[in-house]
Design a protein around this ligand. Structure first.
Ligand code: FCB
Length: 490
């Protein structure tokens, strides 16, 4: 362990020496076609929950119940983006954002900045959950494809980047294994008190149907629209850094297994037509099988992969987890994890680990080839009413965007980077108490005024090629007045 710590310390020193100093980061170090944007998702920012015929999604049901995130609020009004979208797009244009990643609210159905659109960002219509248990039923494949068809037909003339499902893996794990998010299903043995569910089987089944629904929608896009609309379509997953806790063969294998269960779960079927062997070995028949036809449908069903990145873990082998008969998805990985922390990051913030992030991207390239990748989400978490002077978010962005310069130089096929999130949103874990936004919104302000944080100014200066140092210093001098404004507003 001591040795690992030393190796990491050394690595950090090397990285600091190798990476261009943060203040020297320039937009023109990236190819012109590389895209820089920021992200949101429908339920997290739109509000207008009962307007224009919108029906509830599983997130409305979840947020209105009191079981998990009591007191954290809901997305009924959120940032009122539904009404303020013009003002917000103006802010994006002023900031110099080149792209905006958002999602369409399936249960709502209905120039200048490229829209990167996600079809489903966790908010399945409640009616499909009630009617046939949503992702647990194969019927969702047909319904999702029909929904996607409407979106391609109506918006495909303007949308050139489609993502079918956001964080397909997190959706299955948090909704069906741990039960921390909707549809809040888990076994009675889970820490969360779910009224129904089976953590041994349902995460696998839900993910299986997500893969089939994704592939079916992608096939429809390619057959019916792509030649005419000239867009591309992909799937999004959340990636984690997994580092073996020791260099023993067992821990190294356990870390690889963790990657298989994390990324391989979706990328093995998409690349090779079947789930990873490690998953089959540990989950057995609980992991559904593909017919030849399904496997052909899924193989090569993405034009790009959307990758989100926040946290990393040290992995220790733990075969004991496999002894339990009705073990859940996480136990099937047969590991113990410990969160990677960094001394320069506060405990309630996301550790800044661009070195590990680069490792994840190289691992994906090695395992699945040099497919185009969009970093769809990456961002720093801070307590909501902290400060407009969000230095840790600036440091975070400098670190990660800086690492992308290196990623491109070493031949990784990264096509774009989106900060999560454009503005403070209703966070899926933590509600309005934590925030990731470049813009601050006081949720008690009736006008929900958007106020730029230091990070918004930093990103804007970076995008516009404005000199950074003097600006940052100038802004830092104003920290006091920024903070005073914030306190007056709250
Ligand atoms: C991701 C979600 C996104 C957001 C961030 C913080 O897992 O995709 O909606 O809440 O976490």
């Amino acid at each position: 362990m001591q040795l690992m710590v030393k190796v990491f310390a050394l690595l950090q020193i090397l990285l600091v020496a190798l990476f261009p100093a943060a203040h020297a980061l320039r937009r023109d170090e990236f190819p012109p076609e590389f895209v820089f944007g920021a992200s949101t998702s429908a339920y997290q920012v739109e509000g207008a929950a009962n307007e224009d015929g919108r029906k509830p999604s599983i997130w409305d049901t979840f947020a209105h119940a009191t079981y998990v995130n009591e007191n954290v609020g809901d997305g009924d009004v959120a940032c009122d983006h539904y009404h303020k979208y013009k003002e917000d797009v103006q802010l994006m244009a002023d900031m110099g954002l080149e792209a905006y990643r958002f999602s369409i609210s399936w249960s709502r159905l209905i120039p200048g900045i490229q829209p990167h659109v996600t079809l489903l960002h966790f908010d399945l219509p409640q009616t499909l959950e009630d009617e046939y248990e949503g992702w647990l039923s194969r019927r969702v494949v047909e319904d999702f494809t029909a929904y996607a068809d409407v979106c391609f037909r109506e918006f495909g003339d303007r949308v050139k980047h489609w993502t079918t499902v956001n964080e397909a893996n997190a959706y299955a794990i948090f909704g069906y294994d741990v039960g921390i998010s909707p549809p809040r299903r888990c076994s009675p043995s889970s820490l969360f008190n779910c009224s129904k569910g089976n953590s041994s089987t349902e995460p696998y089944l839900a993910a299986h149907h997500i893969l089939l629904a994704h592939a079916s929608a992608a096939r429809m896009y390619r057959k019916k629209y792509q030649a005419m609309q000239h867009g591309i379509i992909g799937l999004n997953i959340i990636s984690f850094g997994y580092l073996p806790k020791t260099n023993s063969t067992e821990d190294v294998r356990a870390a690889q297994r963790a990657r298989d269960f994390n990324i391989g779960w979706f990328m093995d079927p998409i690349t090779f037509g079947d789930y990873p062997d490690t998953m089959r070995k540990n989950a057995g028949s609980r992991l559904p099988s593909f017919t030849k036809k399904e496997s052909n449908l899924i193989r090569n069903s993405i034009d790009f992969l959307g990758v989100n990145f926040y946290f990393s873990f040290y992995v220790k082998n733990n075969p004991g987890n496999l002894q339990n008969e009705d073990r859940d998805f996480i136990a099937d990985i047969a590991m113990e994890t410990e969160r990677v922390r960094r001394e320069d990051t506060a405990p309630d913030e996301v550790p800044i680990t661009p070195d590990i992030f680069l490792g994840v991207l190289h691992t994906i390239k090695k395992a699945y080839g040099n497919i185009p990748i969009y970093i769809h989400e990456n961002g720093q978490q801070t307590p909501h009413n902290s400060s407009l002077n969000d230095r840790s978010r600036v440091k975070f962005l400098q670190g990660y965007i800086g690492s992308l310069v290196d990623a491109l130089r070493s031949g990784l096929n990264i096509k774009g980077y989106f900060v999560w999130s454009f503005m403070d949103a209703f966070e899926l874990v933590g509600g309005f108490e934590i925030s990731y936004g470049l813009y601050y919104i006081d949720m008690n302000d009736p006008n929900l005024r958007r106020q730029p944080k230091l990070s918004a100014e930093w990103y804007s200066n970076f995008l516009k090629g404005k000199p950074m140092d003097s600006k940052i210093k100038e802004i830092e001098k104003n920290v006091l007045s920024h903070d005073t404004q914030l306190h007056n507003a709250t």
